[in-house]
Design a protein around this ligand. Structure first.
Ligand SMILES: [Zn+2]
Length: 271
């Protein structure tokens, strides 16, 4: 039985976004900036719709609400989330607004897990931002005060209104990071898929190993879309998949040679 689960991610990139590499190159983010929308009543979907019209001014990589995580921009390329100094360095994750403590708790945990996933994909660890510009986990407020180029102070006031501090964010991201990376021995991960999987994995080692190949509806190449070393997908429209699980598989499982058992558990599946 698998103990730890990754939340599903809906990948629905806004068409036409600029594709500008990070300062270190494509896919080479240095950390994550945590944002809050400050738009009462919004959802990940409504934010995506809004951003699809306004991305020339600003856009982030993902919106997180209590029920959905929507990836609206390819994380391999930079977004316009926090000004010209931070953008070439960081992933941007935006927490939507919540109406109840339960909604806040659910979206908060998803938001922190997504930060941990992106940090773990690059093996960056979880270190809070410092005035000298180092650190991997940033609030937009940290960017404003340490890097400049922007003047927002989110998400500090918002999370405080629900009884959370920035330190709580750091601790929760660290919790997820530890669960995902598991130190020397990878933990078993399980992911509740909304649909079943089919296999055309670009990683031969995984293709051989996976027992799920006969269950179709999401192609492995779609799962792997946009990740370093994988082929891109021609998937059209809304594709529901678990980018995090695949990213972890790609980074850790294929390189460590610990494959089949853990991937089965991670994907799923099968309940
Ligand atoms: Zn912000």
């Amino acid at each position: 039985m698998c103990a730890y689960s990754l939340y599903p991610v809906i990948v629905d990139w806004i068409p036409g976004l600029p594709q500008i590499p990070y300062r270190g190159g494509v896919g080479r983010w240095e950390g994550v900036v945590m944002h809050q929308t400050a738009s009462p009543g919004d959802t990940a979907r409504s934010e995506r719709m809004y951003e699809s019209r306004t991305y020339a001014n600003a856009f982030v990589h993902e919106f997180i609400d209590p029920n959905e995580i929507i990836q609206v921009a390819n994380p391999m390329y930079l977004a316009y989330g926090a000004g010209p100094v931070a953008n070439p360095r960081f992933i941007h994750l935006e927490l939507c607004s919540n109406r109840t403590a339960d909604e806040f708790a659910r979206s908060f945990d998803r938001w922190c897990q997504r930060a941990a996933v992106f940090l773990s994909m690059r093996g960056l660890g979880v270190t809070p931002a410092l005035p000298d510009g180092t650190g991997t986990l940033w609030s937009h407020y940290d960017v404003s005060r340490y890097l400049g180029g922007t003047d927002h102070s989110d998400p500090i006031d918002y999370i405080q209104s629900w009884g959370k501090s920035w330190q709580d964010v750091v601790q929760t991201v660290q919790f997820h990071y530890n669960a995902i990376t598991g130190g020397g021995d990878m933990p078993a991960l399980s992911v509740k898929m909304r649909t079943k999987l089919s296999l055309s994995c670009p990683l031969p080692i995984m293709r051989r190993a996976c027992p799920l190949r006969r269950r179709s509806s999401i192609a492995w190449r779609t799962l792997c879309a946009g990740l370093p070393g994988s082929r891109s997908s021609k998937g059209a429209g809304l594709v529901i998949f678990v980018v995090a699980a695949d990213a972890i598989a790609h980074r850790f499982y294929s390189t460590r040679g610990v494959i089949a058992k853990r991937i089965f558990c991670m994907l799923g599946a099968s309940g």
